[in-house]
Design a protein around this ligand. Structure first.
Ligand SMILES: *Cc1c(COP(=O)(O)O)cnc(C)c1O
Length: 445
């Protein structure tokens, strides 16, 4: 174990980490995984309460996903997707189209690349329509869309962004509908609609130079699991239509059942203006990653409408979308994604999670009522709260204290959240609640 830690300190540059802090707080040396459990090189077990950075859905070493990848390994591991195609990428594209109503799937390898693809496609769309001046982007205050240069331009988390500001393109942030920011007595819905008013004011003035609005539907994850009312999405869709601006739904974190529906956009209520038969908000672009492979392999997809796709069709090569990544549509990753969709269907996961979530919320009741806890909130398979008296260093202290209780959890500032795999049992959730209660009982944390 110590040997592995020394080697990791010497050779691995860890993400999102000031490496000097690894001296005092070494990373967990994980040897293997089993369901919701991470097992270290000393055979200690830790409950993976945040699904390994929100990617895991059905546990570690899931036999069904393992089998699908193993089966694909015997056929072909990878072939470039320009000039070739294969069954897993075709089948996955068909199934994602059937689930979202967005019939064309472009693939990348991780979330940030999906954001880049959506931004480039949107601006290129307007160029192909003879409106190259429509190339600006609007995003929400406190939003997060990844950390490559283009994605960071629409991200609004100062800790990740400020240092790189000189490298970034100017974009505009409009008020976030984060329900915690409502005035006393104002409902989440009323506040969401007030924020939509600010979006409208911006679009009314700048639509001619705006390509797209990009949002995290219903939950701004990196902002600290900020949740907002679905009326915002419905109104944003209406405004984007009215002002001819694309709506990019970044479902990288919330897609694949995390908010209680397969995709968060499905929860936006139908608008009187939406027309008969339209039940959900359909974005022009939907970015997917994280849970798409059940947390197995890097894969992202950008799904687009027929209208977007049609704008790239033509005889001129440069009218096409000439973007590529070496591992685009990797067959092993696609086979994992297909296994994930099979599990959703076969186990009726969305319905089962609805029951599971009610039980889990009741298991967390004591935490919700804890004197140090504020803004306890829940949506689908996400639970979050703020610790009122959190002082600097709280996140690292709680992380360490929870490890001692057998729980792997990483608060965002003073926000503690659980985002457990969908195979978590009631006993495991009770263990998580008990561990957090022990941590909060310590006034030093
Ligand atoms: C994680 C995340 C991204 C970036 O995905 P990476 O795979 O980390 O590049 C983008 N948007 C949202 C909403 C995310 O949660």
């Amino acid at each position: 174990m110590d040997d592995l830690l020394n080697r990791t300190r010497a050779a691995v540059w860890h993400p999102c980490t000031q490496m000097k802090q690894l001296e005092a707080a070494p990373p967990l040396a994980i040897a293997r995984g089993e369901g919701v459990w991470l097992i270290d090189t000393d055979e200690r077990r830790y409950l993976d309460a945040i699904s390994s950075w929100w990617v895991n859905l059905f546990g570690h070493c899931n036999p069904r996903i393992n089998a699908a990848i193993t089966d694909q390994l015997g056929k072909i591991e990878h072939v470039m997707l320009a000039g070739a195609t294969h069954e897993p990428v075709v089948a996955l594209s068909e199934r994602l189209a059937a689930l979202t109503g967005l019939g064309h799937a472009f693939y990348g390898s991780d979330g940030a690349s999906a954001t880049e693809i959506a931004l480039k496609m949107s601006a290129h769309y307007w160029r192909n329509q003879g409106q190259p001046e429509k190339n600006g982007f609007v995003s929400l205050k406190n939003g997060y869309h990844g950390e490559t240069v283009g994605a960071l331009s629409v991200t609004d988390i100062p800790l990740f962004k400020s240092t790189y500001e000189p490298l970034l393109r100017h974009t505009v942030q409009v008020p976030t509908p984060d329900a915690r920011l409502a005035e006393p007595g104002e409902t989440a819905e009323a506040y969401a609609l007030r924020c939509a008013g600010a979006l409208e004011a911006h679009l009314a003035e700048h639509a001619a130079t705006t390509a797209a609005l990009i949002v995290e539907p219903l939950v701004q994850g990196a902002a600290g699991m900020a949740m907002y009312h679905p009326a915002y999405l419905a109104r944003a869709r209406e405004l984007c239509d009215r002002y001819r601006v694309h709506l990019i739904a970044d479902e990288i974190a919330v897609g694949f059942g995390r908010t209680g529906t397969m995709f968060a956009c499905e929860q936006a209520p139908p608008l009187p203006l939406a027309g008969a038969g339209i039940k959900t908000v359909r974005p022009d672009f939907m970015c997917l990653s994280k849970g798409i492979t059940g947390g197995y392999l890097p894969l992202s997809a950008v799904l687009t409408s027929d209208d977007v796709y049609a704008a790239f069709w033509g005889d001129a090569t440069a009218r096409g979308f000439l973007h590529s990544h070496s591992y685009t549509g990797n067959p092993l990753a696609c086979s994992a994604a297909l296994a994930v969709l099979d599990i959703f269907e076969h186990d009726n996961v969305i319905a089962a999670n609805r029951v599971r979530a009610i039980e889990f919320t009741s298991l967390l009741a004591e935490l919700a009522a804890h004197p140090r806890v504020r803004h306890f909130r829940h949506l689908g398979m996400i639970w979050a709260f703020e610790v009122a008296d959190a002082t600097p260093g709280f996140s690292a202290r709680l992380h360490r204290a929870a490890l001692a209780q057998g729980v792997f959890i990483r608060p965002i500032g003073g926000t503690v959240y659980a985002m457990p795999p969908y195979v978590t049992s009631a006993d495991e959730m009770r263990a998580l609640a008990d561990a957090l209660l022990v941590c909060l009982a310590d006034p030093e944390i």
